[in-house]
Design a binder for this molecule. Sequence first.
Ligand code: ARG
Ligand code: GLU
Length: 721
Amino acid sequence: MKQVQRFLAGISLVLALPLSAGEGMWIPSLLGQLNQAEMGQMGFRLTAEDIYSLNHSSMKDAVVLFGRGCTGEIVSSEGLLLTNHHCGLGQVQQHSSVEHDYLTHGFWAMSREEELPNPGLSVSLLKYMEDVTDRVLADIPEGAKEKERMEIIEGHIRDIVKEATKDTHYEAEVRPFYYGNTWYLFVTEVFRDVRLVGAPPSSIGKFGGDTDNWMWPRHTGDFAVFRIYASPENKPAAYAKENVPYTPAHHFPVSISGIREGDFTLVFGYPGSTEQFITSDAVRLTTEVHNPIAIEARRIRLDLFEKHMKTDDKVRIQYTTKHARIANGWKKWIGENRGIERLGTVQVKQQQEAAFGEWVQKDPELTERYGRLLTEFKDVYARYTPATRQSTYITEAALAAEVLRLPGRFFDLIDYAAGKDATSEGLKEQGAKLWPRMASFYKDYDAATDQDVMASTLKYYWDNMSTTYVPPYLRKLYKKHRGDFQSMAAHIMGRSVFCRPGEIEAMLKSGQRKPIRALQQDPAMLIAEGFIDYHDACLLPVTEASESRLDSLYRCYVAAIMKMQPERRFYPDANLTLRVTYGQVDDYFPRDAVRYKHFTTLDGIMEKEAMGVYDYGVPERLRELHAAQDYGDYAAEDGLMHTCFTASNHTTGGNSGSPVINAEGHLIGINFDRNWEGTMSDIDYDPDQCRNISLDIRYCLFIIDVYAGARHLVEEMTVVK
Ligand code: ARG
Ligand code: GLU
């Protein structure tokens, strides 16, 4: 448990390490001597050059940004890719139908011909990255306004990107770090022919569902298999039958030699967003304003979803994904609030701010430069906090009913229809664009569920916010229905055309102005528009101005903190760029007297199933394999099938699907979650409580090989014993 600290105590460099062990999301091209020494002490046998190299192939050539917000890793010389089941869920769902229900039964391509294309899915590989701070920040006049500054920066970025991609098939972007104190160029190769190769049934890939989400002990077989295809020249190419499996510069060998407590682990991936530098007021905004409102309002929605899902199978299927998405944030924020409370983060930050204030006072030059920072932060948060409070009530409660989210999609069409130049053809054209989105919305829409949600969330909004703002139409309804929200919701749903898909379809296909104009009197429109107009007119100006001001304040603040603590090792907040985080396989003590072991087993899956909870269904075949202890080559030394493990890597959303790599550079797991006790690590990392949760790669191979009989996929990999 305390191994990390023990190891570190042995290093003389430890003096320069004010970070907690495990903390840090490092830029792979910048792993310094301290990182290397630390990794070495933790057991890593390779070098920084093996992780990221410009001169020869390295691990980074096998790590991809998968889709818009996950990570994946290449595990064969023929472009075979692993990521999480929850990352590939959209694709699995897309290919599923009642006849081919891959969600329920899983999918395995037994030959290359059977691998399924996925329009819209891309993976991107980093070719190289480069510090371009000097070029980006050149020619900015002293005291330039934020807007002027941004314009100059954007101009420079355009030039840099153009130059980097000239005469190549590469794509490039320039991204800010440390609130715009540093800028990096990322040059990538983006592959758009990525095919689905395999996915376990949901009862394995989503085992535990929302019941276990964010939790340890965990038993989810959260993986899916894809393959990258390229042109015959091994370049990115749009989907084509002639494309061939991509030959990567590197692929991860897969180790089935086991995972022991204290083992070195490196997670290499695309963490999305963290906020380590925010002030105490910002922490309070999150934990005292945003989170409590969002938690309460989402609970209302989730309860009603569950009520309807329980009694209606169709609704259960329609609302599974929506429920999972809403529940994911709901549960994470509960954990985050508890963690922040337990760590006393607000008080700690206040003390740090006091120390900062004292440091600034010591030197007139510092006082001149930074002396007003803390007061300015206070002023901005004094305006930003109430505006955020209101907008959270609007997005999480007032506009929580699905039908109230539809009118916004029609604003452009309504504007167009109101214009002088509107033609029937033009209306049809716009309608034809809008209808497919509406049709896919209605496919998963249940009006009875939504009506309940509307009644309860509007009431929740009213109870908390009626003295602040209510759209006039809603106020009128309230009077008419004497405050009975059920009856108000029934009124709205009964009269709104948005609840009648047939009429919406006819309207969008008719090319007529009249029904579109009539939308302006629709009750759902009157409510939605009331909230949106208020938000855009009264809240947005405040939040936008505050955020822009905060950008420049934080830029200055972070630069000052770096000056104040020259000994401290800094790492930039996550921003969906490639990072390395290292730690060790580790258990933890969540509460008094309770110790959580660092791994789970298939036995635990059977135990959970016996509890009879909906999320704990087990496929028959898995039960049989367990009974026969038929684990192929994949059992652990103790004879058991290990399923998941915890380690002290600093991860966040976006790290889903990231490779977990051992001391030799071999793949031992696939990261897919964090523990509930540690979800505050986006703001405050606690080495005692923060753990990432990964799938044991042996369980993954067991499912592919023994359970699904797709041994050819394992044979393609470089398996190390
Ligand atoms: N908590 C994990 C991640 O954030 C997994 C989410 C998907 N799983 C689920 N049961 N909803 O984002
Ligand atoms: N399940 C998360 C994923 O998307 C990872 C969990 C976390 O936030 O660490 O990205």
